[in-house]
Design a binder for this molecule. Structure first.
Ligand SMILES: CC(C)(COP(=O)(O)OP(=O)(O)OC[C@H]1O[C@@H](n2cnc3c(N)ncnc32)[C@H](O)[C@@H]1OP(=O)(O)O)[C@@H](O)C(=O)NCCC(=O)NCCS
Length: 181
């Protein structure tokens, strides 16, 4: 199963991606708002091994990699958490290699995945959880049309520190309206 946008292929993560994933996921500065920063390639291997092999399974995470078509390089990854027992709501998370940021790859891939989740998997609502200081992520989701729904104070313990958590969401009907504008 793979998705295609103008410049990108979005396909399931594979064990052979571990070196490329490690290269950018281990960057503690560009990923400073994220909980998972691998210190070894073995940690990436374990991470890939634990990811669901099947997309759309309740209570699992599924992980895509984002491949730039022209150079055939992995520019980032995108995770989907099928958290809802009714299987109508999902959470997404996204990370780009710093070397490939600021070219519109994040917005292009997230829009492609949103379209797939609403149209092909018939989801009702997509959420994302962001540190309020993570301005690049906030700009990204607001540009797409996500609505800010909550700001929890010191609600997540990340790397030993209690941090705030902002929840953004988009409904299937919002997406339809945005697309017809
Ligand atoms: C969040 C993240 C994916 C956003 O990446 P990004 O590169 O800022 O987003 P995009 O790829 O959509 O690029 C948008 C930027 O590229 C610019 N751009 C250049 N060419 C473009 C094009 N062809 N199309 C669209 N935008 C383009 C836009 O103007 C925009 O710049 P701005 O944000 O300064 O206004 C990235 O910052 C990241 O990986 N951060 C670390 C991981 C992280 O914190 N993840 C979030 C956890 S919730």
């Amino acid at each position: 199963m793979k998705l295609e946008t103008e410049r990108l292929i979005i396909r399931p993560i594979a064990l052979g991606d571990k070196n490329e994933i490690f290269e950018y996921r281990s960057n503690s500065e560009s990923n400073k708002y994220q909980e998972w920063i691998p210190k070894t390639i073995e940690e990436v291997e374990t991470f890939i091994g634990k990811i669901s092999k099947q997309i759309n399974e309740p209570e699992t995470w599924f992980q895509f990699v984002i491949v730039e078509k022209e150079k055939q390089v992995i520019v980032g990854d995108l995770g989907i958490h099928f958290f809802d027992s009714e299987n109508k709501q999902v959470e997404i998370g996204f990370t780009l290699n710093q070397a490939y940021q600021k070219r519109g790859f994040a917005i292009e891939s997230v829009k492609g995945v949103i379209d797939y989740l609403f149209k092909d998997l018939n989801k009702h609502r997509i959420i994302t959880s962001i540190d309020p200081d993570n301005q690049n992520s906030i700009r990204l989701v607001e540009r797409i049309g996500f609505r800010k729904e909550a700001h929890f104070v010191k609600s997540l313990l990340i790397n030993g520190e209690w941090v705030d958590d902002v929840i953004y969401a988009i409904l299937e009907k919002d997406w339809e309206n945005l697309k017809s504008c």
